[in-house]
Design a protein around this ligand. Structure first.
Ligand code: SAM
Length: 288
């Protein structure tokens, strides 16, 4: 089977299988060889690695991953792509194709089955409509992961990387930075895909922290406060924690004073470590 990473081969496979792109599955297939090679290099895969790919499409990136890694598990939701994948990947004995919605998979069970519970690397050109649930699901599952190297919408990559006081800073920035160290590998224009998406893209690598950068008594409570703080971005923290997390205003006020923060401060001004301190000071309101 020839390499798919060019427009001609991709179009050939699509036409010969009479494949119809499904917009609802976020299908934009990569056709640029230098972007693909950059993804493989920046994800630091070796033959010792087990890789999880989310959404193989017709198998373009899967072929390159299979050459670099020891084993590739690839999960595709679209039933019409499964027979195509069996054909395009038939020369690779180290690939397991799973027909499933990745959001419904038990990641810990998958890693136990295919990599004896040892950490895996995730590499993918993600379906953009579910980027945040996929990334949060990967982190919150507590599954053993080394890193996540993914193509995402450029705006989402910016949000993952930004810090306090910027317009892109929010709950996603704090969650990604709590669990990992984000690094934008490259920006990718729409002409690197078939069909072209109507947004710019970026490859981002999230390297999982071995130890969290902040210590917090209950991280789920911290994220509840973070969601409340950014759910109503224009409100002061005092008001948004009252309406979004039922924290009495006088207690938030006391906590803010203890931390040396103004009573009119908004969530967007707080660092991850300040959210951790605030969450510990308000732990009595945590209902978990
Ligand atoms: N990896 C291919 C490439 O780079 O050419 C395709 C990437 S395309 C952006 C996203 C892929 O994810 C599509 O194949 C789509 O069908 C698949 N997909 C969408 N939602 C999914 C889900 N919930 N679970 C698994 N795969 C999904």
């Amino acid at each position: 089977m020839s390499k798919l990473i060019n427009p001609q081969e991709t179009i050939k496979v699509i036409q010969s299988n009479d494949f119809k792109f499904q917009k609802r599955f976020g299908q934009n297939f990569l056709i640029d060889e230098s972007v693909l090679s950059n993804i493989i290099t920046s994800s630091n895969i070796t033959k010792d690695d087990c890789v999880l790919e989310i959404g193989p499409g017709i198998g373009t990136m899967t072929q390159a991953l299979a050459e670099a890694a020891g084993h590739v598990i690839t999960v595709e939701i679209d039933a019409n792509l499964i027979p195509i994948l069996h054909e395009t990947l038939k020369d690779y004995s180290n690939v397991t194709v799973i027909h499933s919605d990745v959001l419904k998979l038990d990641l810990n069970e998958l890693i136990a089955t295919y990599n004896s519970g040892k950490p895996i690397k995730v590499v993918a050109n993600l379906p953009y409509y579910i980027t945040t649930p996929i990334i949060m699901g990967l982190f919150e599952s507590s599954a053993p992961l080394h890193s996540i190297t993914v193509m995402v919408q450029k705006e989402v990559a910016d949000r993952m990387q930004s810090g306090p006081g910027t317009k892109d800073y929010g709950a996603l920035s704090l969650a990604v930075q709590y669990y990992s160290d984000p690094y934008i590998v490259q920006l990718v224009p729409p002409n690197c895909f078939i069909p072209r998406p109507n947004v710019g893209s970026a490859v981002i690598r999230l390297t999982r922290h071995s130890d969290s950068p902040v210590k917090v008594i209950n991280d789920r409570w911290m994220f509840k406060l973070i969601k409340a703080a950014f759910g109503q971005r224009r409100k002061t923290l005092l008001n948004s924690l009252f309406s979004g997390a039922s924290v009495p205003k006088e207690d938030t006020l006391t906590a803010l004073r203890d931390m040396g923060l103004s009573e009119t401060v908004r969530g967007e001004a707080l660092t991850l470590s300040q959210f951790a301190s605030l969450s510990d000071l308000l732990i009595n309101y945590c209902s978990d």
